[in-house]
Design a protein around this ligand. Structure first.
Ligand SMILES: NC(=O)c1ccc[n+]([C@@H]2O[C@H](COP(=O)([O-])OP(=O)(O)OC[C@H]3O[C@@H](n4cnc5c(N)ncnc54)[C@H](OP(=O)(O)O)[C@@H]3O)[C@@H](O)[C@H]2O)c1
Length: 328
């Protein structure tokens, strides 16, 4: 592989698995910043895109991979050749060519410099999940929720975002309560720093307009009626950062938590978060996590194995985080 000829995985049509293709730099159309991609990551959404699941990739042909990290080849947008950069979300693998390409052109708007300690590998190990969790925590902190405010709940706690939310909050000194679906997650979540682990049943059943005041804040990855139930049990002037819909997109709540308890519900998006917020979040993650710790939860897989890995993540056969060694 060299700059004139390199490999990528491209979705060519809906309902069709992505193909390995050979490209040249002149084939790249994603933006002004030419990057030698060193690492990418494997997410559920990547599994869907790589296997041809409709509705993820919006335009064809399109290079898959929602995250990328690597080295700037030609200066653009304030970045110099040789700088290590990270790009997550930003519609990669949806409408913009993504990270499953050994070189890629990207729009510099959402690009950030790689966190110093985590580096490009560590950033891909943390991935979109960790970044989204940090955005949620930053949102709660900006709302004034401190460890002294009271416990903070995390829903969907054993998932990619939820696990990092538990870990970040715990490292920042919060008392963390977690809701997890399948039994046997208690030890895993306790190791991450959860003080209490509830079964999903804790948030099941009818939603009362107001319940006991139990949590100063919450990071919600689930949506649906569990989120409504959380809102009804947030303490006076508490806040919820909602980022997901793993349990549904409805919100069968009432206005009571907002108008009686001064509760605030914040939405959190990481896909189009501005570069300054991304840089702040990566810097905060860099203070909290080391690459060595990430080695315990993430492992490398070769670029050539992507078609197999994509199916495995959909089949629930992947454990921990996977960093794709794009450069080989
Ligand atoms: N806003 C953003 O920018 C952004 C970024 C990344 C992800 N997201 C969204 O955030 C959510 C979490 O992402 P993720 O990467 O953490 O996904 P994930 O790894 O699949 O985890 C989701 C977790 O939600 C729980 N869950 C699944 N189905 C559920 C159900 N029916 N009812 C209640 N809980 C359920 C499960 O945790 P337990 O077994 O522990 O309950 C699961 O591990 C997803 O909806 C994703 O689309 C949003």
């Amino acid at each position: 592989m060299n700059e004139t000829s390199f490999h990528a995985y491209q979705a060519k049509a809906p309902d069709t698995p992505a193909e390995r293709v050979t490209l040249g730099v002149d084939d790249l159309t994603g933006g002004d910043l030419l990057v030698k991609v060193v690492y990418s990551s494997l997410n559920y959404k990547d599994g869907l895109a790589m296997t041809g699941y409709p509705g993820v990739v919006m335009t064809y042909p399109l290079t898959c991979g929602i995250d990328l990290a690597g080295e700037v080849v030609t200066a653009a947008g304030g970045f110099q050749a040789g700088e290590q950069i990270v790009l997550t979300g930003a519609n990669l693998s949806q409408t913009k060519p993504g990270g499953y390409s050994q070189y890629q052109r990207v729009d510099p708007e959402f690009v950030v410099r790689a966190p110093k300690r985590l580096g490009t590998w560590g950033a891909m190990a943390v991935g979109t999940g960790g970044l989204t969790a940090m955005f949620c925590v930053m949102r709660l902190q900006k709302a004034g929720i401190t460890p002294d405010s009271g416990p903070v709940l995390v829903t969907g706690a054993s998932g990619g975002v939820g696990s990092y939310a538990v870990s970040i909050l715990s490292r920042l000194g919060y008392r963390v309560e977690a809701v997890a679906g399948t039994s046997g997650k208690e030890e895993y979540l306790a190791d991450l720093g959860a003080d209490t682990v509830y079964d999903r049943d804790e948030l099941a059943g009818e939603v009362a307009p107001l319940g006991d005041e139990r949590w100063a804040g919450a990071v919600d990855c689930v949506g649906g009626s569990p989120l409504a139930k959380v809102l009804s049990q947030i303490s006076y002037a508490g806040s919820v950062a909602a980022c997901g819909l793993a349990g549904g997109q409805d919100l069968p709540s009432s206005v009571m938590p907002f108008i009686i308890r001064n509760v605030t519900l914040y939405g959190v998006d990481s896909v189009f978060a501005p570069a300054e917020e991304r840089a702040e979040a990566w810097s905060r993650l860099d203070e909290l996590f080391t690459p060595e710790e990430q080695r315990a939860v993430a492992h490398d897989e070769p670029f050539d194995k992507l078609p197999q890995l994509a199916q495995e993540i959909l089949d629930g056969k992947i454990r921990g985080r996977v960093v794709i060694d794009v450069a080989g």
